[in-house]
Write a protein that binds this ligand. Structure first.
Ligand SMILES: *[C@@H]1O[C@H](CO)[C@@H](O)[C@H](O)[C@H]1NC(C)=O
Ligand SMILES: *[C@@H]1O[C@H](CO)[C@@H](O)[C@H](O)[C@H]1NC(C)=O
Ligand SMILES: *[C@@H]1O[C@H](CO)[C@@H](O)[C@H](O)[C@H]1NC(C)=O
Length: 524
C-alpha cells in the first residue's frame, strides 16, 4: 500500500510535469495562432482557423450553387441536371465567334453581358474571401467551375481591344417564345460595343470580372489567369478612353438592364485591377475620380446597376490591411462611406435605414426585392470580418458604437428571413426547406424535358396550373412585397423570376456564414 502510494506519488510528479509542459506548449501555439489571426490577409499569412459548419447554411449553399448549372448555355460537361442539355451551340457564329458558353440571365434565354459579368465579379469576390469556407463543404470546385463557364464566354466576347459583344439574343424576339433552351429556334442576334458605339459601364464591369477572376485562377491556372488579366486591362482602357453609356448609345437595352451611369463601374473596375496588379495607376484612378463619381457620404444600395457600395467595401479592405494605405487620403472618402453604409444597416443604429419590412427585411424595390437585402448582408459580413481580422473593435454610428458581431447578426437576420423565417414561412431559395415557390418564372423549369412544344405552343406551359415539372434548385426568386406577402404564380415575373446575379449574391452571403469562423483568405 505504502509502496503503491509512493509509486503513485512518483507518477503524480511526472504527471504534473507533463501537464505543465503541455500547458506551456498550448499557450505558445495559441499565441502564435492568435498573432496569425491578427495578421492581415494580404500579408501572405493565410488564416486557417477552422470554425464549425452551420448545417442549415451549408445545405442552402449547396442548393444555391446549383442554379449556375441550370443556367449554363453551350455544350455541357459533367451535366448533373437531368432536364438540361446542350443549347446555344451556334451562338456567336454570325460574327465568326464561339459565344456558346456563358449563363442565361434569368427565366428566359438571353445572355446579357452586363449582369453576367457582375455575376462573375461577385462569384470571384466570394471565392477570394471565402473559398476556404466553400471548400469545407465541398463547394469550391463547383464555384470555380461556374465562374470559368462565364469567363470562357467573356474571353471569346472580347475579340479585340476595343470590341466587346455584350448581348446574345434579342429580348423582343426571345420573349415571343416560351420554349426550352435545348430546342429554341429564335434568331440569336448579337449586340456589341466598339469605339463608335461605346459602353463604358459594360466594358468596365467586364474588366472588373476578369481582373477578379484572374486572382481566383492565379494559383491553379496561371496561364488562364494572365489571359484574363490581359483582357481586363484592355477593357478598362477601352471603357475609360471611350466614355459613353451603353444605355444612351444602345437605347434598346433600357427596357432590361438600363444603367444609370458608368462612374461606379469605372471605380469598381479600377479597384479590382489594383487588387489584381498592385499597379499604383489604378489606385490613383480611384483617388482622383472619387469626387466626380463616388458620391462620398451618401450610402446607397449594391446592385447590378450600382457598384458604389461594393467599391467602398473593397477599397476599405486596403485601408484595413494594406501596409501604408491605412491613412491614405485618396481612400478616406470610400472608407467613410463604407462606414455610413454599414451604419445604415444595423437596425438599432441612429442612422438606420427605414427601408425595411415589419419583419426586418431590407426592402427597397418591388422588382427583385431580395437583391438589396442579400447584397447588403453580404457586404455586412465582409465588413465585420475585416474588422475582426484587423482587430478593429468598434464601428461608430453617430453617438453609438457597434461591434463586428452586430453586423454579422444583421447579415444572419437577412439570410434567415430569405430561408423561411418570414410571415409566409416560405424559403425564397428554391429547393430549400419544406415550402418554396413552385411556379417559378423560368422556361426550362416549367416545360417537361420530353415535351415537343416549340416557340408558340409552348406558352401553354406558362399558363399551366400545375407546378413546374422541374425544380430550379438554387433559384433565388424576386421576393416579397413590402407587406411581406408573395404570389407564387408563373406569370409573376416581378416576384417570382430568378437571376444569376441573385444566386451569386446568395452564394457570397452563405459562404460567409457557412462556418462560425470569421477568417478571411488572402487574395494572393
Ligand atoms: C434609363 O436610365 C436613364 C438614366 O438614369 C434614364 O434617364 C432613362 O429614363 C432610363 N430609361 C428607362 C426606360 O427607364
Ligand atoms: C400587399 O401588397 C401588394 C402590393 O402592393 C398588394 O397588391 C396586396 O393587396 C397587399 N396584400 C395585403 C394582404 O395587404
Ligand atoms: C397572371 O395570371 C392571372 C390569371 O390568369 C391574372 O389574374 C394575373 O393578372 C396575371 N398577372 C400578371 C402579373 O400578369
Amino acid at each position: 500500500m505504502g509502496e503503491k502510494t509512493s509509486s503513485r506519488c512518483c507518477c503524480c510528479s511526472w504527471f504534473i510535469g507533463i501537464i505543465v509542459l503541455i500547458a506551456v506548449v498550448l499557450a505558445i501555439v495559441f499565441t502564435i495562432r492568435h498573432n496569425k489571426a491578427n495578421k492581415h490577409p494580404d500579408d501572405g499569412g493565410d488564416i486557417t482557423v477552422p470554425g464549425s459548419v452551420d448545417k442549415n447554411y451549408a445545405d442552402a449553399l449547396k442548393i444555391a450553387m446549383q442554379f449556375f448549372d441550370i443556367q449554363k448555355s453551350g455544350k455541357l460537361e459533367n451535366n448533373k441536371v437531368t432536364w438540361r442539355g446542350d443549347s446555344g451551340l451556334k451562338d456567336g457564329s454570325e460574327a465568326g465567334l464561339d459565344l456558346s458558353k456563358g449563363l442565361y440571365d434569368a427565366g428566359d434565354h438571353m445572355k446579357f453581358g452586363f449582369p453576367m459579368a457582375f455575376t462573375a465579379t461577385l462569384l470571384s469576390w466570394s471565392i477570394l474571401e471565402y473559398g476556404h469556407h466553400m471548400d469545407s463543404v465541398h463547394q469550391l470546385d463547383p464555384a470555380k467551375d461556374s465562374l470559368k463557364w462565364i469567363t470562357d464566354f467573356l474571353i471569346h466576347a472580347h475579340p479585340s481591344a476595343n470590341v466587346l459583344y455584350i448581348q446574345v439574343g434579342d429580348p423582343e424576339t426571345d420573349h415571343k417564345c416560351w420554349d426550352r433552351p435545348e430546342t429554341m429556334s429564335e434568331k440569336r442576334t448579337l449586340t456589341k460595343i466598339d469605339t463608335e458605339t461605346p459602353g463604358t459601364e459594360v466594358a468596365a464591369e467586364t474588366a472588373a470580372a476578369m481582373a477578379a477572376a484572374s486572382l481566383v485562377f492565379k494559383q491553379s491556372d496561371p496561364k488562364y489567369s494572365s489571359t484574363l488579366l490581359k483582357h481586363a486591362k484592355e477593357l478598362f482602357g477601352f471603357a475609360d478612353n471611350h466614355r459613353g453609356s451603353y444605355s444612351v448609345n444602345i437605347p434598346e437595352v433600357q427596357s432590361y438592364y438600363n444603367s444609370t451611369g458608368y462612374g461606379d463601374e469605372l471605380l469598381w473596375a479600377a479597384s479590382w485591377l489594383y487588387h489584381a496588379t498592385e499597379d499604383k495607376t489604378y489606385l490613383d484612378f480611384v483617388s482622383k475620380n472619387g469626387e466626380e463619381f463616388a458620391n462620398f457620404g451618401s450610402p446607397s444600395w449594391f446592385s447590378w446597376d450600382n457598384k458604389l457600395p461594393g467599391t467602398q467595401i473593397l477599397l476599405s479592405r486596403l485601408t484595413f490591411f494594406k501596409q501604408g494605405l491605412s491613412g491614405s487620403k485618396g481612400l478616406q472618402g470610400y472608407k467613410e462611406t463604407a462606414e455610413a453604409v454599414m451604419c445604415g444597416l444595423i437596425p438599432s443604429s441612429p442612422t438606420a435605414t427605414s427601408s425595411r419590412t415589419e419583419g426586418g427585411l431590407i426592402w427597397v424595390a418591388e422588382w427583385n426585392a431580395l437583391q438589396q437585402p442579400v447584397s447588403s448582408a453580404f457586404l455586412a459580413t465582409l465588413y465585420s470580418d475585416y474588422m475582426l481580422t484587423s482587430g478593429t473593435e468598434k464601428l461608430s454610428c453617430g453617438d453609438t458604437s457597434f461591434k463586428p458581431s452586430d453586423l454579422r447578426k444583421f447579415a444572419r437576420s437577412q439570410a434567415d428571413y430569405m430561408l423561411g423565417k418570414n410571415p409566409e414561412k416560405m424559403s425564397y431559395l428554391v429547393g430549400y426547406g419544406d415550402k418554396y415557390p413552385e411556379f417559378v418564372h423560368h422556361r426550362g423549369a416549367s416545360i417537361p424535358a420530353d415535351a415537343n412544344t416549340g416557340c408558340k405552343d409552348g406558352f401553354k406551359w406558362l399558363s399551366s396550373e400545375e407546378p413546374n415539372p422541374n425544380v430550379a434548385y438554387g433559384a433565388l426568386v424576386g421576393g416579397p412585397f413590402l407587406n411581406e406577402t408573395f404570389i407564387d404564380a408563373r406569370n409573376n415575373s416581378m416576384q417570382n423570376e430568378p437571376s444569376t446575379y441573385n444566386s451569386a449574391l446568395v452564394v457570397g452571403l452563405l459562404s460567409s456564414l457557412v462556418t462560425t469562423s470569421s477568417s478571411l483568405k488572402s487574395f494572393k
